[in-house]
Design a protein around this ligand. Structure first.
Ligand SMILES: [Zn+2]
Length: 630
């Protein structure tokens, strides 16, 4: 996929024209400039997600599998043939941890002795308690999900600020004006042809308007389509007018699907549709629709579960294929009471800082976004990303001496709808002699087993003409990953977190990456790493259209696959020898949870939380202690 294809997602002039939208509950004016900013920001978020996927594919197809048998032999061949499960109590894991570090790497790349000691201290400090998981559980259990504009988000921010102060860390906040979208009452019923009103599973999409009658909703026939091309054809034939368009595009990746969520209502509205329903953006479903941002249209829009989208499609087919038995198009009743208030509230970015001991003006910034959608508890997206960054600075503050460079953790606000928290941060902290960013690091693809980082060097390093023997930032980080993490066995599995893949970034740090600052993202291992990064849902659902040969091949391999049983039963997997399960960087497994009611503390374990915090802290320490230019 190319950047050009990304740009083809740009809205047409007609879409971005100023419009006034009136609903019975609220009146607001969308101004062109704000809209254009939102479109651009969403494209950027999409671009970074695309980068993550590209990095994942690079790893899947060009890099050896992470089974720790075929790479890093120079370091790992000394490893004892029998491995033990490690108990992460203070002192115990240390006794089990054997040091296989390649001292040659230390010499070549200048990893000083005191860095070894600091890394040991970080791992020991992080593994000794469940503070990361416990704190996030306490906050999310108490305040719930944190949609931007809500009191729940601001109460969560206050709670964090109080706890950070109790950690004796220096903390400030900065104000950010944010929108407030509320879903209010919403429901969808399948009326006919079926046994009677059947309640379907929906989640309204962010920025959607209400149904014209927010209490009684609208009743209309559905029109299930797979693609924009299909809708445009039917639209020209006048078959979309007055219908509820159901986008039932099968999920293959987030980057090829999310524009249906983002623009599906705008596309349907042009042909006279009265509402747009979008199949959930996920590879697997247990009646879990996925909410998320959409470009506000004059018609309401919601996500429906994959199962319900298929149910409506089957019903439409019956009508088309057996018209005598099923003379009517399937009909639904949609009720939505959503309201939008633009620039309605003040939210805050939280900033926690640890001054550098030698180069306080050079800043390594890291974090995640503290806002979430209004479903589940926002634990995966992105509570845990924020909390492993918080644990990172807490651990670094406990070292014998702070790192050379300043370490700054930011809990960015309002990522989910406009990413305005990251924009305000970049504006409030411009690059100067007294303070400049040298490394920006974000975690926003969940926390499962740690895998590694994605990395993009700074513009100046990219432009440097190099002697082929010289050390690039990428070389440096790859060596550091190998040296500090490659021989560890106490962070979940041997070598957990050591990988460095090309392309790093994130929606909140994107304004910094855009300025040419080096950017990285924390990368978990895929929680459901099925062969060829496909999904149980795709493999078990009956084919709707033509089944391509690749798919049936995948199905065959899935059933025959030696790894299948390990991946599907993760508790079982942990009782296996840690070497047995190869890891892949996060891919579609993250989208089981993304923006759903299933985004809760149940998605990951206390062990994964602390292991990931240790990995993030080690990478941050490497970036902050090193004196190389990234
Ligand atoms: Zn997120």
């Amino acid at each position: 996929m190319s950047e050009k294809q990304q740009y083809s997602l740009l809205p047409t002039a007609a879409n971005s024209a100023a419009t006034t939208t009136t609903t019975p509950n609220t009146t607001f004016t969308k101004d062109t400039a704000a809209d254009a900013t939102r479109y651009r920001r969403r494209l950027r978020i999409g671009f970074f997600k695309l980068c993550l996927v590209a990095a994942a594919f690079y790893t899947l197809f060009w890099m050896p599998l992470d089974d720790d048998s075929n790479d890093s032999d120079n370091i790992l061949n000394e490893r004892s043939p029998s491995h033990h499960h490690h108990h992460h109590h203070k002192g115990v894991h240390k006794a089990h941890h054997k040091d296989y570090r390649d001292r040659g790497l230390a010499k070549q790349y200048g990893f000083a002795k005191h860095m070894d000691a600091a890394v040991e201290q970080i791992v020991e400090g992080t593994l000794e308690s469940n503070i990361v998981w416990d704190r996030l559980a306490e906050m999310t259990d108490t305040y719930g999900p944190r949609i931007v504009g809500s009191d729940a988000l601001e109460k969560s921010i206050d709670w964090i600020v109080g706890k950070v102060k109790a950690d004796n860390l220096s903390v400030t906040t900065e104000d950010v004006m944010v929108d407030y979208w509320q879903r209010n009452e919403e429901s969808l019923h399948f009326l006919s042809p079926t046994r009677g009103p059947v309640k379907l599973h929906i989640l309204g999409l962010g920025y959607s308007v209400a149904t014209p009658d927010p209490v009684n909703g609208l009743t209309a026939e559905v029109l299930v389509v797979q693609s924009k091309e299909e809708l445009d054809q039917l639209g020209e034939a006048g078959e979309v007018e007055g219908k509820v368009v159901v986008w039932n595009r099968r999920f293959d990746s987030y980057d090829t699907s999310y524009m249906y969520r983002l623009e599906g209502a705008v596309w349907a509205e042009k042909h006279g549709a009265v509402a747009a329903l979008v199949r959930a953006l996920g590879p697997f479903s247990l009646q879990t629709p996925h909410t998320g941002g959409s470009i506000a249209a004059k018609i309401p829009t919601a996500s429906i579960s994959a199962e319900d989208a298929d149910l409506l499609e089957r019903s439409q087919r019956r009508h088309q294929q057996q018209p005598e038995q099923y003379p009517d198009w399937p009909k639904v009743k949609l009720v939505m009471g959503a309201t939008t208030d633009l620039d309605a509230r003040v939210s805050r970015n939280i900033i926690v800082e640890l001054k550098g001991r030698e180069k306080p003006e050079e800043v390594v910034v890291l974090g995640g976004h503290i806002d979430s959608w209004d479903v589940g508890s926002g634990a995966v997206d992105d509570g845990i990303g924020c909390f492993i960054a918080w644990e990172t600075i807490r651990q670094l503050s406990r070292l014998d001496q702070p790192p050379r460079r300043t370490v700054r953790v930011v809990f960015w606000t309002s990522e989910e709808n406009t990413s305005v928290g990251g924009v305000v941060y970049a504006k409030n902290h411009p690059e100067s002699k007294e303070s400049r960013h040298v490394f920006a690091f974000e975690s926003d693809t969940g926390v499962f087993d740690p895998y590694g980082i994605g990395f993009t060097p700074s513009q100046s390093q990219r432009n440097l003409l190099r002697d082929p023997k010289s050390i690039t930032p990428m070389d440096y980080l790859a060596a550091a990953g190998e040296y500090f993490l490659g021989s560890r066995e106490d962070l979940g599995y041997p070598g957990a977190g050591r990988h460095v893949l090309p392309n790093g970034g994130g929606a909140d740090i994107e304004p910094l990456c855009e300025k040419g600052i080096a950017c990285a993202n924390f990368m978990p291992a895929d929680p459901f790493p099925l062969p060829y990064s496909t999904s149980p849902y795709a493999l078990t659902r009956p084919p709707l259209e033509q089944e391509d040969s690749d798919d049936s091949q995948e199905r065959h391999q899935y059933h025959q696959g030696e790894h299948g049983h390990n991946h599907l039963h993760r508790r079982h997997r942990h009782h296996h020898h840690p070497d047995e399960a190869p890891r892949r960087p996060v891919d579609s497994g993250y989208f089981y949870y993304h923006h759903t009611e299933a985004d809760t503390m149940g998605a990951f374990t206390p062990e994964q939380a602390k292991q990931s915090a240790a990995v993030m802290a080690i990478w941050t320490y490497i970036a902050a202690e090193s004196d190389i230019e990234f």
